[in-house]
Each structure stands twice: as C-alpha cells, then as structure tokens.
Design a protein around this ligand. Sequence first.
Ligand code: DAH
Length: 337
Amino acid sequence: MIAKIKELIEEVEKFKASTTDEIEEFRIKYLSKKGGLVTEFFSEFKNVPKEEKKEFGQILNKLKDDVSDKVNYLKQILKSKDVIDTSADLSLPGSSYKIGSRHPISITRNEIVDIFTRLGFVISEGPEIEDDRHVFSALNFPPEHPARDMQDTFFIEKNPDILLRTHTSSVQVRVMDNQKPPIRTLSPGRVFRNEAISARAHCIFHQIEGLYIDKDVSFADLKQTLLYFAKEMFGEKTKIRLRPSYFPFTEPSAEMDISCSLCGGKGCNVCKYTGWLEILGCGMVDPNVLESNGIDSNIYTGYAFGMGIERIAMLKFGIKDLRLYFENDLRFLSQFH
Ligand code: DAH
C-alpha cells in the first residue's frame, strides 16, 4: 500500500489543469469524504501491521497535504491568468497622477517677492512669536496704543510681554538690529490678530513688509517704487493714488490705492463704485524709529510699506471670502496654477 501511495504522490506532482472544473474533479478524486482516495487509505489504517503504521501515516499525510497544496496552487494560477486574459486592456493609456498646485497665497507672495527682488530687495524673515520691543516700542507705538490691547493682540505672556506678532513690521526692527544701512529688504510672513473670523477678517493672515534705508531716500522714491510694483502686479494701465494716513512708525504716512483692476476705474461693486482699491500702507520711516534702532536720522532716511497678501490675492483671483484660504478645500485650491 505504501508503494501505491508513493505512486499517487508522483501523479499529484505531475497533474496539470486548465479549468476550475478539472481542479475540482482532481480535489474530489483525492479528498472527497465519500470515496476519495486519501479518505479510503485512512480507513485502511487499522489493517496496517503495527510496525508499518508510522511510515504509512506519514506518507499518507504527505499525499493529503500535496493534494491540497496543488489545488490551491492551480487555483491561484488560474485566477492570475483570468485577470490578464479578461479584464486588462493593455492598449489603454496609463493612469496619471494628480499633481498638487500651489496655494494662492504662495503664488501671490512669490509674485510680489519676484517684483521687488528685481529692484534689489533681499528677503529677511523674523519670528512669529515676538516681544513688545520688536512689535511695538521700537516702532514708536505709544504705551496706550490700542494695538497693545488684549482685544487686538494674542499675548503668550504678560510682563515682560511675549506675543504673536500683529504685523511683519517687527522684522524691520530685527533687520535694523543686525544691519547697517544701506538696507533694502522685504519680509513676508504670517501675522496674528485677535479678530472674529468672517469673510473679511481672520485671526491669521499674511503680510509683506518692505524697508529701504539709505542716504537721500525720498518720498518720490517710495512713490515710484510702488507705482512700478502696482503696474507689474496688476497690469501696465494701473494707476495709483496715495492718501494721507497715520502709522506710528512712519511720518508722513499714506495709504495706497490702485485703480480698480476689474472695472478699470469706472466703478463696480468690488471697488464700491469708487474706482479705487486700497492695497497697502506706507510712509517715510519715522526718525524716532531710526534712532531707537541705532541709525543716525541726520544721515539716513528711509521708506517702508506693508501689505496684506490675502487682499492682493483676492483682487488678483477674484476671491470673495477670506476663510477659503484656510479651509484646505481641494475644489478651491486646485483652481490656481
Ligand atoms: N504694519 C501695518 C499694518 O499691519 C502696515 C504698514 C503700514 C507697514 C505702513 C508699513 C508702513 O511698513 O509703512 O497695518
């Protein structure tokens, strides 16, 4: 009987099948509970002489295992053939990967940075967590200024004050701390204000600060630089106007409007029928600021400007709600290239 089983083991090894029916037939022939060859050999077990029982058992178990291994193997082969033969159309083009796109804030920031680097400005960055000196006192904010209030500023610690910077003007101070004029620098970054979130305000946003300090820098230089920027950013036909304003760190101070890029200055609902859009604050660096940062205001003058990147991106791309920038909705983000 042992010799017969060995023969069957060889037979199993050689067996080939090309359909599931053939495999099933093969399985039944050996393993069926009723009349399967393996089952029948097992029922012979009691008649096997004692001294052969061990070898008989081992060889029969091997036959049983070989059969089930073979069945699994053949099924596997057939399955993979099925996939190739029936469902794959090898002439189809490959599936493409989705490539991400830049965030509109990054696109706008890069464009602004590009324009000013062409004029010789270099990038400088400062920390988002700042102290009072860099955000307020070295920028000539009087002690009772409302921006120093908890309602406008996120404080981390009080006395000495550690806070989240409310504007990138703080980087002006960092640069003046470390460099002597001539200074021509641009500082993009995130800023934080304690504001209720709405379509028009957010507690986190982005600004770009510009600072130019040298001998004989005048308001005319500031105006010409900003005109160049406006034309590069919004088109050759763009006009600018400067309105008197107030910032503690500049004197005189101004706010700059551009002619409405949507209606060309005729008046529409974006410019509220004025023909003008406000885009930045600017001015001549207050001599107090130069002096409190160790720069002799009798020798040097300078100008500064600061703008919100969200605002510029809104005008460029026609975005109406600030919150969209921070919601990570791919339907929004994938529209910008
Ligand atoms: N820091 C101002 C703000 O957050 C913007 C600004 C205005 C920056 C005038 C300047 C400037 O450098 O000269 O509203």
